[in-house]
Design a protein around this ligand. Sequence first.
Ligand code: PNS
Length: 162
Amino acid sequence: MRRIAVVPGSFDPVTLGHLDVIERAAGLFDELHVLVVHNPGKTALLPIAQRVSLLERAIHEGGLPGNIKVSSWSMGLLVDYCIDVGASVLVKGIRSQIDVAYETPMAIINRNLAAVETIFMLPDPANAHVSSSLVRQVAALGGDVSPYVPAVVAEFLERSTA
Ligand code: PNS
């Protein structure tokens, strides 16, 4: 049986912290779906299609494994996507106790809804302070985001905020 997992998130935009978790998760599963999901609780910077494109290019340019697919989902529950593609595991990166508190209820609900398990992965400590929201803020105010995001994202944000 193929082991299939999903890494869901807003990825607005993808950061080096995301890429680290994606790369290590890809080593644990036969197939890894990186899924861009609209989060109604957040004000988005980039359209979903742009986030997908930046993720695809970052994964390609970063030389990440070939078992990673990037998709988006806006048709309903996250677990419905998991059922569609035969995934039984969600992978989430956890930087702090705040992330644990945010992710735990969703993990329990997703398990109750469809027996989809959630695995929490710790980021490389070098990326533990990196978040998409801080990247958006630094970029909007003209700061250098290149230490926190893949080159393709840094170039894109530099062009779009110039
Ligand atoms: O990167 P984010 O914004 O923290 O990702 C949150 C996301 C998109 C993974 C979360 O909002 C989500 O799972 N949305 C899908 C809607 C859903 O299935 N909700 C019910 C189960 S919690």
